[in-house]
Design a protein around this ligand. Structure first.
Ligand SMILES: Cc1ncc(COP(=O)(O)O)c(C=O)c1O
Length: 391
């Protein structure tokens, strides 16, 4: 028998997406730790804290009961709890029927992209930005239009940029996160409003990734849900709610996409994990809020420490850290290759961080992302280690 595979046994072209370098750094950091070295982990964008106590209690109770498939769009009590959250947090009323419970915000992205865009559609995203947007859109046969942002617009997209890209060749949608990963930068309420209105006027779907809401340290967060009934709003229990491993998030759908997304969810996933859904209801319990706000206060202390200390050790060009738990810093003072710089920092200083090319293929070699979602002691130690190493 020939050992050569016939040409049909090859991976699809659409699966040829780029790897996530952060995951390679994570693997190297774990390998260093396993070999007995001390490593301060600032490469992963996930809370160091575990889910709040009421969530853990609800999960324990759920396991003792019967678990099964739920409705494809999620358990009604969870959809109602999420709708009530919009009332409390933003003063906006939303029908629970417009809420889809998803496998993290990642699950919401695949449903939203499939429901809103046909193959060949063009979707604009800002750079620097979260790499999975680009890679998932590419895998679905959607053309990604990367628009470079700069300090001139506070690293955000503006109506002019969207209009110019649309004039060049029509877009079908625009996707932004606020606060963003890796920059932490936020749109002001007015700039978000202007962007949403431009998309509405041009007939473009506006997808708002609000996963870092609740983690805002400067400025005012506003939901796109308030700005247009056509906005697709995506959020998650992963970040503020400290539930990354539970794989649970949600999306607020425009009316016209409810049934298409329901049909897609029925066929793609059948339903979400029932334990996580039952547990997530308890994430809105006031006792959870008290615990989560304590975690948030430790991020605020970490952020203050980094903003005070990083410039003194040579990271004097930082993007605005309005929210989320990231500092995106220029490394150009030290290196023009942030992948090599991050590797050396891991091996020699014992601090893991993510190099910029994940987030910005053109300019990322000049930047590095530090996550400050770890403990306050870790962040203080990391600064000392990096400072000593760079001396
Ligand atoms: C901007 C942004 N959106 C979405 C996600 C996906 O998160 P999840 O699928 O855990 O909700 C992340 C994860 O880091 C992110 O940074």
């Amino acid at each position: 028998m020939s050992s050569r595979l016939p040409p049909s046994f090859v991976p699809s072209g659409r699966s040829d997406v780029e790897p996530f370098i952060a995951m390679d750094v994570l693997a190297s950091a774990v390998a260093r730790q396993t070999a007995g070295h001390r490593v301060v982990r600032m490469e992963v964008g996930q809370p160091g804290a575990s889910a709040p106590t009421p969530v853990l209690e609800a999960a324990h109770a759920a396991i003792r009961g019967k678990l099964g498939y739920t409705e494809a769009l999620g358990l009604k009590p969870l959809r109602e709890a999420i709708a009530a959250h919009y009332g409390r947090a933003y003063g906006v009323e939303v029908a629970p029927d417009r809420i889809a419970v998803t496998a993290g915000s990642s699950g919401a992205f695949s449903l939203a992209f499939l429901a809103a865009f046909d193959v060949g559609a063009r979707v604009a995203v800002p750079t620097p930005g979260y790499p999975a947007y680009r890679n998932l859109l590419v895998a679905l046969g959607i053309e990604v239009v990367e628009i470079e942002t700069t300090a001139a617009t506070r690293w955000t997209l503006t109506p002019d940029m969207i209009e110019a890209a649309h004039r060049e060749k029509p877009l079908a949608g625009v996707l932004v996160a606020s606060p963003a990963n890796p920059t932490g930068t936020m749109y002001s309420p007015d700039s978000l409003k202007a962007l949403v209105e431009t998309c509405d006027d041009l007939g473009l779907w506006f997808i708002s990734d609000e996963i870092y809401h609740g983690l805002v340290f400067a400025g005012t967060e506003t939901t796109a849900l308030k700005l247009s009934p056509r906005a697709i709003v995506i959020n998650s229990f992963s970040k503020y709610f400290c539930m990354t491993g539970w794989r649970i998030g949600w999306m607020v759908m425009p009316e016209i996409l409810v049934r298409p997304i329901d049909r897609l969810a029925q066929n793609l996933y059948l339903s979400n994990n029932e334990i996580s859904q039952r547990a997530a209801i308890a994430a809105f319990d006031p006792r959870s809020t008290i615990e989560l706000d304590t975690v948030k206060a430790s991020y605020a202390a970490n952020r203050a420490h980094l903003l005070a200390k990083l410039p003194g050790i040579g990271f004097d060009e930082l993007l605005p850290v309005d929210g989320a738990f990231y500092v995106y810093a220029s490394v150009r003072r030290f290196s023009n290759d942030s992948v090599a710089f991050a590797r050396r920092m891991l091996m020699e200083a014992g601090v893991a961080a993510t190099p910029g090319p994940d987030f910005d293929r053109a300019r990322g070699a000049g930047y590095i992302r530090f996550s400050f979602a770890g403990s306050e002691a870790d962040i203080v130690e990391a600064v000392e280690r990096i400072g000593g190493w760079l001396k």
